[in-house]
Design a binder for this molecule. Structure first.
Ligand code: BES
Ligand code: ZN
Ligand code: MN
Length: 492
């Protein structure tokens, strides 16, 4: 295995609250925001080059008023438009600019002392600091990338500490998910996801981990996970984690863990197939969100389930036309082996509900190409059988900037999932509302508990958002942590 290590070694940022003004904070770069129509404080306004400062959104200018101390002036554009999302973007821009000076520490004057904006600065800074260089053996012409070690937030109330710490833990978790997403399928097998789950369980008292292997998956009747994994030599796993931190309902998180999706016998076109190493993005989100929730001791009961397999082609692969029996007893005609995610998730949902006792569920999966057509990289699709639960999930995403747009369930979509000779089919038409069809299929496996499905095929990778850029986004980690925090507040 090439240079990869345990994911806990992924660099973490120290976040401190300063009780002084930013000018007194010790840092390689101090950041001051400037909105349209505002003036710099006089010490900065008189610095050489201050005339170049612009307040346009994302514009940065470096000033050295005493010839030494670095002040980065970050444009915010219109003050009225400043919200957490724009703050995340501005923080990412500032982090990259500070990186040009190899800054190990940045100190911010938090606009208006707002706790909400302080947490957005944490998000933007941590996420923009992400690097994946486990496989780079040479430095080439690039200078050693600056490693940011400390973020200081000045001018914000000391009681912002808990919010800031939650933001830090969630954003770091999102970066760990991005590392998992980035690792290639030859080095990240279902077993590596299981290892990560064991690692999470080992670092926290009272977290239980269950890892089922191929024989157990078959024995228990998880026909979907068994069928999808049958074409690969890589051992599949049903991975589950349990955390008992509260007294109320049990929340269930389920994430699709296809470590590589070749499509199976219904093979995908060669073009772009390499991206299908990210078909475990839902699993990464669920595992790392779980880790952050436990790290923060959020007082809830939580179970996490990851069905993990590789979807490959071989003499033992499932074939189009095969009929399988899912864990809940329903039979499914496999009309396209590339619609594999729903087959695995179906068993995982049943397991989450019936074996682990989840009272409400969120599943997150890179499930359909159709969602990329419908919503691009801006929104994940949200499909739910419960308005209140859908609202909670959407609300959590609104506050973290991981946006989800609700799309419908309808009996006519459900009709399409009916099989010719079996109860269900995993595919009727590739072109008709594939995202909603897939969701309707999953609904057959949730036993009517409140359930929300997030299709993140368009948002898990290459969104171009300033703070994640191209490549892995870790979409969903912060949303799932935020949802757990809200849930703790409401179910206690
Ligand atoms: N993993 C893919 C979906 C996907 C597409 C993820 C693009 C990320 C980016 C999924 O397993 C898949 O192959 N879906 C097919 C299903 C079809 C055969 C019904 C799709 O959406 O094209
Ligand atoms: Zn897939
Ligand atoms: Mn597929």
């Amino acid at each position: 295995v090439a240079g990869q290590g345990t994911i806990d070694k992924v660099r973490a940022l120290q976040v401190d609250l300063a009780h002084t003004a930013v000018a007194e904070a010790e840092a390689d770069v101090r950041v001051m925001c400037l909105a349209d129509g505002e003036e710099l404080p006089s010490e900065l306004a008189s610095a050489p080059g201050a005339g170049d400062v612009k307040s346009a959104f994302k514009r940065t200018t470096l000033l050295r008023p005493d010839g030494e101390t670095r002040w980065l002036i970050v444009g915010l554009g219109a003050r009225e438009e400043l919200d957490p999302e724009r703050m995340r973007v501005a923080a990412a821009v500032a982090t990259k600019a500070a990186g040009l000076y190899s800054a190990a520490s940045i100190a911010w004057e938090v606009p208006g002392g707002s706790v909400e904006l302080a947490t957005a600065i944490v998000d933007g800074t941590v996420l923009a600091s992400f690097r994946f260089d486990e496989y780079k053996t040479t430095d080439r012409d690039e200078p050693e990338p600056a490693a940011l070690e400390t973020l200081v937030l000045a001018g914000v109330d000391a009681d912002a500490g808990a919010e800031v710490e939650a933001a830090r833990a969630a954003a770091e978790a999102e970066n760990r998910a991005r590392t998992l997403q980035s690792r290639p399928a030859n080095d990240l097998k279902p077993n590596d996801l299981a290892e990560r789950a064991r690692e999470i369980a080992a670092t926290h008292e009272g977290v239980e981990v269950i890892v089922l292997d191929r024989d157990e998956i078959v024995e228990r009747g998880m026909g979907g996970l068994a069928a999808v994994s049958s074409g690969s030599d890589a051992e599949p796993h049903l991975i589950a984690l349990r955390y008992r931190g509260g007294s109320g309902e049990t929340l269930g998180y389920v994430g699709k863990g296809v470590t590589f999706d070749a499509g199976g016998i219904s093979i995908k076109p060669a073009q772009g197939m390499q991206e299908m190493k990210m078909d475990m993005s839902g699993a990464a989100a669920v595992l790392e969100a779980f880790a952050a929730i436990v790290e923060l001791s959020i007082p809830i009961n939580l179970v996490a389930v990851v069905p993990a397999a590789e979807n490959m082609l071989s003499g033992s692969s499932m074939r189009p036309g095969d009929i399988i029996t899912q864990l809940n007893g329903k039979t499914v005609e496999v009309n396209n082996t590339d619609a594999e995610g729903r087959l695995m998730l179906a068993d995982a949902l049943t397991y989450c509900r019936r074996d682990l006792g989840a009272d409400r569920i969120v599943d997150i999966a890179t499930l359909t190409g159709g969602v990329v057509i419908a919503l691009g990289s801006t929104y994940a699709a949200l499909i739910s059988n419960d308005d209140e639960w859908a609202g909670a999930v959407q609300g959590a995403g609104d506050s973290t900037g991981e946006l989800a747009w609700r799309m419908p369930l309808h009996p006519e979509y459900k009709e399409l999932t009916t099989g010719k000779v079996a109860d269900l089919t995993n595919l009727a038409s590739k072109r008709k509302a594939s995202t909603l069809y897939a969701a309707s299929f999953l609904e057959e496996f949730v036993d009517d508990v409140p359930w929300a499905h997030l299709d993140i095929a368009g948002t898990a990778w290459d969104t171009g958002r300033e703070y994640v850029g191209s490549g892995p986004t870790g979409f969903g980690v912060r949303l799932l942590v935020e949802l757990a925090r809200k849930f703790a507040g409401s179910s206690a």
